[in-house]
Design a protein around this ligand. Sequence first.
Ligand code: ADP
Length: 310
Amino acid sequence: MQKNPSQSDKTSCDSCGRSDCSAAEHRKDESAEEFAERRKLQSRLCRIRHKVVVLSGKGGVGKSTVAVNLASALSAAGKRVGLLDVDIHGPSIPTMLGLEGIRVGACEEGLLPIDLHGLKVMSLGFLLPNPDDAVIWRGPMKMGVIKQFLKDVVWGDLDYLIIDSPPGTGDEPLSVCQLIGSLDGAVVVTTPQKVAAVDVRKSINFCRQLKVPVLGVVENMSGFVCPKCGEVTQILRSGGGRRMADDMHVPFLGAIPIDPGIAESGDIGLAYVRYCAASPTAELMHAIVEPIMALDKPFDALRASMSPPG
Ligand code: ADP
């Protein structure tokens, strides 16, 4: 007998089996198809322990750079990491990781992310027939694609999913926050000058409205360190990110200088933390990653207690 969608239909979730899982209950206002989709999305997300979105108030401030290096540093530290590029209008992750022109495969379970030394990567850039194509989609279509990336990609069991969101507070970041629902939080990237910091306040307020915790602010392009003499030149008026973080009572994660090596690493397709692993700038990046790494500390302890004594 077919169930009436208006009746509450509580079943155990496919992956976690918890009867209190939000996907266990058939909501009154959803069709059978919507319920099945939501369950599928939830069962994928259930297998990802920490979900972190990288946001910025405007484009070109280094948001994708931070996302790539955050994901790569976590992966290099032995974490199981996925990197999802939902920058639908300018997917730059494939270029930054040397994956341009690569096509994703599929299996019965869904789309297979690209495996880059253990880091699982998915981007719209892998699905576009021509990387120069302009994507002209309206809000609902963007929401649909983002949902597919979360629901139909075979992420498997992950410690972290890092999501590179497009700049601003529009449809895409909204879709990410609403679809995932249980984000650990947002890393907000800005540049030091006042105009960028004003936009970033909007990103922080956006997070607050959606009840997404702000893990912290990163000030990118904070001074230029001369590679010859080491002198620091403040090309952009510095300190805006830190001041804004203090004003808005959110953590300041750290500052990254303008470093020609960062631009170079992005162009040649290697994460900077791998390309210049021993540089002072890479050290600064690792310090920024530290609080994100700390999210998994309780599970490190659990894993250690469960591993057989050596
Ligand atoms: P967004 O994602 O905010 O649009 P990107 O991360 O794509 O910004 O960065 C834009 C460009 O600036 C890229 O070419 C990147 O390599 C470069 N870039 C980012 N941060 C730095 C930095 N600290 N020093 C030098 N170049 C940088």
